[in-house]
Design a protein around this ligand. Structure first.
Ligand code: NAD
Ligand code: GLY
Length: 347
């Protein structure tokens, strides 16, 4: 005998990203703000002054990518159990991508899933990490290898928070903005070349354009079956650089910047991008003091490390290679010899 379990359904997971001064937020449920000591010291007061709820709790976890782990998730869960959260309770992720990813994941598993809201406080998290519902944490096998797709109910990106960002963290976010433009929008790229992202108004326009671009991608491919993988442009090379430098040499966005330059060199070698276009991307990254070069000690070892990237299938490495400016190809059909020739330019 077979019995059908009929689960066909349409779920509307749509939500809005508000790019503006944080509005008054009011919830008739218990709420926990998940944050870290850095963000809390700088901005918690600002948030709490605008937040009303049945009960407001604050759960603080240690700051840093090295704390994006199961122990921190446990701490968040403990805070929720202690406060007797139920399935209607809400989490607010208040911090950068690390806090956003962990809070989203915890929301996805607490009593089999509750709602959460993103209030991203870094440029990187405003333009990328807070949108699209990828959540998770790191373990000894690698970064973001455990996680879930769990969309937030809303995202509030307030420029107020960015004023306290260290310069390098700001630039790391700019790298992700450039990523969106190179992959999907030549006009946006040209605009970025003439813009100054240190200007508040122009920064806000860049955040909006980046979020629109990401929203367009996620709407087509929420679970990364295809197009969404293009958002990993620069990451295949960048992850190896992060790994080789033991996650301490470069911020993620900095490694991605170098990775984008390497991907562009590959595009030039393939005849997919002109030298002039590749130079323009490099110049834009360098204007924000992003690194664009890296000394490769051993090309073969660097190449082998690609296989540790979870985005690579068992036997083939997936590369995200731009096609001119505003286009991109997701491919696992690039010759090892060509990639090694490109890597050789950095050895
Ligand atoms: P982060 O969260 O570690 O923040 C960087 C640093 O800035 C931290 O020390 C943080 O405490 C501090 N900070 C945050 N807001 C601040 C503020 N307003 N003023 C001063 N300091 C502030 O790093 P990140 O770059 O925001 O995010 C990187 C993480 O995001 C990685 O773990 C990455 O895997 C993840 N990510 C996720 C997605 C996604 O789609 N879910 C996309 C991209 C990146
Ligand atoms: N930052 C990659 C993604 O959201 O898919």
């Amino acid at each position: 005998m077979t019995i059908d379990i009929n689960l066909k359904r349409e779920i509307d997971l749509s939500y809005q990203v508000t790019i503006d001064t944080l509005p008054e937020l009011s919830f008739d449920t218990k709420v926990a703000v998940v944050t870290n000591p850095t963000v809390s010291a700088l901005h918690l007061e600002y948030l709490l002054a605008k937040l009303t709820a049945k009960e407001v709790h604050v759960i603080t976890v240690a700051d840093g990518e090295e704390y994006k782990n199961w122990e921190s998730i446990e701490l968040i869960l403990e805070g929720m159990f202690e406060a007797r959260f139920n399935r209607n309770s809400l989490l607010i992720a208040f911090g950068g991508g690390v806090i956003g990813d962990m809070t989203g994941f915890t929301a996805s598993i607490y009593q089999r899933g509750i709602d959460f809201v993103q209030i991203p406080t870094t440029l990187l998290s405003q333009v990328d990490a807070s949108v699209g519902g990828k959540t998770g944490f790191n373990n000894k096998y690698g970064k973001n290898l455990v996680g879930a797709f769990h969309q937030p109910k809303a995202v509030y990106a307030d420029a107020h928070f960015l004023s306290t960002l260290p310069k390098r963290e700001f630039a790391a976010g700019v790298a992700e903005v450039v990523k969106m433009a190179v992959c999907f929008d030549a006009d946006f790229f040209a605009w970025l070349e003439s813009a100054d992202l240190n200007d508040e108004q122009q920064l806000s326009e860049a955040v909006a354009k980046s979020v629109q671009t990401k929203a367009w991608v996620v709407a087509q491919d929420e679970k990364e079956r295809g197009l969404r993988a293009a958002l990993n442009y620069g990451h295949t090379f960048g992850h190896v650089i992060e790994k080789e430098t033991k996650y301490t040499g470069f911020l993620h966005g900095e490694a991605v910047a170098i990775g984008m330059v390497m991907a562009n060199d590959t595009a030039v070698a393939l005849g997919w991008m002109s030298e002039e276009e590749a130079t323009r991307v490099k110049a834009l990254l360098e204007r924000y003091d992003l690194p664009t070069s890296y000394k490769i000690k051993d090309v073969d070892t660097f190449y082998e490390t690609f296989y540790l990237d979870k985005k690579s299938a068992d036997s083939a490495i997936t590369f995200i290679i731009p096609k001119s400016l505003g286009g991109v190809e997701i491919t696992d059909a690039i010759d090892e010899s060509l990639i090694k020739k490109v890597l050789g330019q950095y050895a």
